[in-house]
Write a protein that binds this ligand. Sequence first.
Ligand SMILES: *Cc1c(COP(=O)(O)O)cnc(C)c1O
Length: 458
Amino acid sequence: MQKDLNIFIELVEHLLIDEDKNPVAEHIPTSNLYSKLDLSLNNEGTIDESLIRNLKDIIKSTPKTASKSFFNQLFGGRIGKATLGDLLAVMLNNSMYTYKVAGPQVGIEKQVLKNITKLAGYSENSDGTFAPGGSISNMMALIMARDTKNEAIRAKGISSKMTLYTSKESHYSISKNAALTGIGREQVRLVNTNNKGEMLADHLEILIKDDISKGYTPFFINATAGTTVLGAFDHIDTISNISKKYKLWLHVDGAYCGSVIFSKKYKYLVEGLEHSDSFSVNAHKMLGTPLNCSIIVTQHKEQLHHSFSNEADYLYQTDGDDFNLGKTSMQCGRRNDALKIWALWKSVGTNGLEKIVDKQFDMAEVARDYIKKNKDYKLYSFEDSISVCFNYKDIDAKSLCTSLYENSDLMVGFGSFKGEQFVRMVTINSLLEETDILAFFKTLEMHVNDKMLKISTS
Ligand SMILES: *Cc1c(COP(=O)(O)O)cnc(C)c1O
C-alpha cells in the first residue's frame, strides 16, 4: 500500500502543477478519444512505470474542475479539508448501513444531519440521511410524500392518479422521479414563474383546485431554493400556506443554494423553510466538498423510517435502529459521504461555512457589476444569485461556450429562460478572488475578438 500511496502523491502533484499551467484541459474530440489515450483493458497487466505514464496522460486530458477557469456547472474548486475527509473515507472504506461496520462514522453522519436540521429550523423529531445526489434526495422526498398520503401504496402499489406541483424552472429530476416512482410524468403540474423565475403561488393554487375538482389526489409540492439556471428562490413561506391548506407535503429542493442556511445575510432567501416537510442540500455545490455530498432532512422521522426500512436479519444484528443508518437510506451498502463535510465543518466551524457561502455571492456581485458597466454585455440575472447570466456582443451563447471549450480558454455553460439563451457563469468556487472573476471576462473578450469576430468577418 505504501508504494501505491507514493504513486498517488506523485500523480496528485503532477495534477496540481498541470492544473495551474493548463487550467482548461486540451479538448479531445470523442472520435479521437481511444486513439489519443490508451484506455484499453487487456489480458496482460501493466507494470507500474507504464501505468503511471498512462495515468499522467489521462490526468492531463481530464477536465480540470478545480481550476480558476472552470465556471461550467454548479460545483467547482477544491477545499483542502473536505478533500482530506473524502480521501480518508476511501482509506477507511466503511459502509454506512450499520453501527457494527461504520462505528464512529455513524456518529459523524448523525452530527452533520442534526446540525443541518437545526439550521433549517426543524423540530426535535427530525432526521435525515445522505443520498447519492440531489436527484435521489428529491426522489426520497417524493416517496415519503406519496407514502404519507396513502400508506397502503408501499404494499399494494398506486391505484389512483396522484398529482404533484413544481415550477417550470425546477430541476428535471422532479419529472424523472415521477416516472420512476409510479406517479407518472403526466401527473406533474408545472407551475408558472414570474420574470425572476420564482414560482407563482396563485397559479399553484389554481392547479391544485383544478386537480381536486377532477378527482385527482394532490400530494406533493416541490419548491426550489436556487433554480438550476437563474438561481431563483421560490417563496417558501407563501407556498407553505398552500401546502398546509390542502395537506400536501412540501419539499424544498436546495441542492444548488440550500446552503444559504449557513449565512446570516442570505438566510432570508429560504424564509419559511421551517414550515416545510423535507429539505435537501448538496454540500458538493455551495459548500465545495468533493462530489457527492447530498443531504436530505425531514421533520417526519417516522416517515423516513416507514418509507425506507426493510427488515433484514442478515444485516441488522446489533444496536438500535437509530444507529443502524441502513434503516433510513435508499441504498444497502453506502459510501461514507459524511466525513468530507464533517472534516470541513470541524476545521472551519459554522462561521467558516458562512464565509464560504457569502464569498460566492460577493463574487457574483463583482461579475454583475462588471457586466452592468460594460455596454457590450446584456445581463439576465438578478441580485442574490450566484448564477451570472449574460450575453456578449449579441454572440450566440452556445457557439461562444463551445468555442471557449474547444480552444481550451474557459469552461462555461449556457442556459435559457423564457425563450432567451445566454451564457451562465457560476461563481460557486469560493477560492476565487475578484482578479479571477475579472480575468474570466478578459479571457472571454480576447477570445471573441481574436477568434470569433475575426473568423466571421473574414
Ligand atoms: C444539481 C441540482 C439537482 C440534482 O443534484 P445532483 O446531485 O446532480 O443529482 C437537483 N436540484 C437542483 C435545483 C439542482 O441544482
